[in-house]
Design a protein. Structure first.
Lengths: 335, 307
């Protein structure tokens, strides 16, 4: 993992924010976020619903709802994709950066054949002829593990199962060999056995193509098996970022630790599931100090006073907390 | 797809039979008859007439006569015109009505879909408001108001187009009646298209298409238009039958020799043969158009085909 830092930077978010204009005033869904993604790196973005993890990357892809506005910079190979005109952005998305969406049942167009939906970006981004695009797409269907791809190529989405459709969506995203693949909870809608297969698929294909993978998830189990590095998001910002092993062994932020403790452990006999007390904060009325302070079991006076910044605790490990945990054992006695 | 069309075609047979039967008996229940006039005819002549048209037979027997003729493709005689039977009379006016109706139908679709799509893509912006307001004119003002206004402006004031008549059937004679007939349908089609397009553009698969970077034109034309046309198509069936049956009002105002007026005259005269003939003709037309709508549905939504 140490060699990761030597690799070339692919995507850099600088002071990146997303604001939604609503009738009740502006809502800052992501605030002043910084993140660096290197070539071929696999990063998991973890957080609760509403933590802004999906919006962050929809914003980079230019897919925010109409009332959403980005600010700051998102440099893909040094070029700020947020500043691109729509026409220029269309030359980047689907080619250099691609996205796999959460729900395979609705992500595919029900009125178009699989073949049409797979070949179009090859024709547009790579200038393939229809014939060459078909050959390439069929090959990709084989690689994502679709049995009998020639027959399935001419089917409509409703004629395929959910797992099959998600494989198609993945094939669609990887066809143009993007440098960055954003996967937004790609396994949430699938049953557990299929989940594992799909995660393996991500692992193999991104490694093979040296594609950087940003896996957005709320499932720490997914994270452990897949990612090199983890960024934990809370209320629109990263609160902790660390290599995956370190995050599991030595979570520094109380929120990360609480997420950990909330994973049910079959080897321990418990009567109740561990929950994080309280609710995710209202983004329109954030606390003055640390966003997690109202729910934090370790809250102290300075936490309420001013917001903490991300600070490096160890090489590649940083957390936004005034009183980070030294180690996990201590957490377990608290929890 | 073909077997689907064939199955749908078979299922129209009982529908047609029920409609013919209901129509036959309802018509006979109506008071009065084809030979009631200002002056009553001598009983002997009435009896001869009744015998000629089988009206002296029991009703049920008349029904069987009619249906057996119908199965042979014979719509029967007209009760008020000795020289032409029902089919011949319909054929005289039909070409005019069809030309007008089809042209108006196509025009309504082209304008309606185009305006609807623009409205959806510029939702709540200037083009949406302007086009919406313009199309509203076509929906709220009745054709008997719009027609004379257009005649006044384009026929008399500007003298660009003929005020009425069929002339040699060239385009300039068609323009005004076709526009008057198409306007209200274009308006409704545009509202349906706009609503449906807005809904489709918010679907997840449109987000997928955008994420692929295929550009706004392909996203709309290839990915959004087909699913957005579903509710429009279900409106097109009734709209087409409405337009093709000919508008009495438009045909009268522009002095066109279509078949809209046959309907009214035949019903007023209790011309049993003519009324039944036109009704059956339109029923077949409507059933046929609905069949086309269903097939169009199957084309738009692949899921329908498996049912």
């Amino acid at each position: 993992m140490t060699d990761q830092t030597q690799k070339e930077v692919l995507l850099e978010l600088k002071d990146y924010s997303i604001t939604f204009k609503t009738p009740d005033g502006d809502v800052k869904a992501v605030s002043n976020m910084n993140l660096t993604v290197r070539r071929g790196e696999r990063i998991a973005i973890v957080g609760e619903s509403g933590s802004g993890k999906s919006q962050t990357f929809l914003g980079i892809m230019g897919l925010l709802a109409k009332n959403g506005q980005t600010s700051g910079q998102a440099l893909l190979e040094g070029r700020d994709v947020l500043a691109l005109k729509p026409r220029e952005l269309d030359k980047v998305r689907g080619k250099d950066m691609a996205m796999v969406f959460q729900d395979p049942m609705t992500a595919l167009n029900p009125s178009l054949k699989i073949s049409r939906q797979l070949t179009e970006q090859l024709e547009i981004h790579r200038g393939f002829t229809a014939r060459a695009a078909s050959v390439e797409a069929l090959d990709m269907l084989k690689r994502v593990g679709i049995p009998d791809p020639t027959r399935r190529f001419n089917l409509y989405p409703h004629e395929l199962s959910g797992g099959m459709r998600q494989r198609i969506v993945i094939a669609m995203a990887l066809l143009t060999k993007p440098k960055l693949l954003i996967a937004d909870e790609p396994t949430t809608a699938l049953d557990v056995t299929i989940q594992a297969q799909i995660l393996d698929l991500f692992n193999d294909l991104t490694a093979e193509m040296n594609t950087a993978l940003l896996m957005i998830t709320h499932d720490l189990g997914v994270v452990a098996g897949l990612a090199d590095r983890v960024a934990v998001m809370y209320a629109g910002n990263i609160v902790e970022e660390a290599p995956v092993d370190e995050l599991f062994e030595k979570p520094a932020h109380p929120y990360t630790a609480a997420l950990h403790a909330a994973i049910p452990r079959p080897d321990q006999d418990v009567d109740e599931l561990v929950v994080i007390p309280g609710r995710p904060p209202n983004l329109q009325h954030l606390p003055k100090g640390c966003n997690f302070s109202p729910r934090c079991p370790q809250v102290q006076d300075d936490c309420i006073d001013r917001p903490p910044q991300l600070e490096t605790l160890a090489p590649q490990h940083c957390a936004a907390c005034f009183h980070p945990f030294p180690r996990r054992e201590e957490l377990l006695t608290h929890a | 797809m073909l077997s689907y069309a064939f199955r749908r075609l078979l299922s129209t047979i009982p529908v047609l039979w029920i409609a013919v039967t209901a129509c036959f008996f309802v018509l006979r229940l109506a008071p009065g008859g084809p030979f009631d006039g200002e002056r009553s005819l001598p009983p002997a002549i009435l009896q001869n007439l009744a015998a000629h048209y089988n009206l002296d037979k029991p009703l049920i027997q008349q029904y069987f006569y009619y249906v057996s003729d119908l199965l042979k493709g014979d719509l029967g005689p007209s009760f008020t015109s000795e020289d032409f039977n029902v089919a011949q009379q319909i054929m005289v006016g039909l070409p005019y009505t069809f030309t007008l109706g089809m042209t108006a139908f196509v025009l309504a679709i082209v304008i309606g879909v185009a305006v609807g799509c623009l409205g959806a893509l510029y939702q709540n912006k200037m083009p949406d408001y302007v086009l919406g307001a313009m199309i509203l004119v076509g929906v709220v003002f009745p054709n008997f108001l719009i027609a004379p206004i257009l005649q006044l402006v384009f026929g008399i004031q500007l003298a660009w187009l003929p005020v009425g008549g069929w002339g040699d059937g060239s385009l300039k004679f068609l323009v005004l009646p076709v526009v008057v007939m198409a306007l209200p349908h274009a308006g409704r089609i545009s509202r349906i298209t706009r609503g449906s397009m807005i809904e489709v553009m918010n679907q997840n698969f449109i987000r997928t298409a955008k994420a692929k970077g295929i550009g706004p034109r392909l996203t709309v034309m290839r990915h959004a238009l087909k699913p957005a046309m579903m509710p429009v198509v279900s409106y097109l069936g009734p709209a087409a039958s409405y337009l093709l049956t000919g508008s009495l009002v438009v045909e009268s105002i522009f002095g066109l020799p279509g078949i809209g007026r046959y309907f009214i005259n035949a019903a007023l005269n209790r011309d049993y043969g003519m009324v039944l003939g036109t009704v059956i003709f339109y029923m077949v037309l409507i059933v046929f158009l609905n069949l086309i709508v269903d097939i169009a549905y199957a084309w738009l939504d692949p899921k329908v085909r498996n049912r």
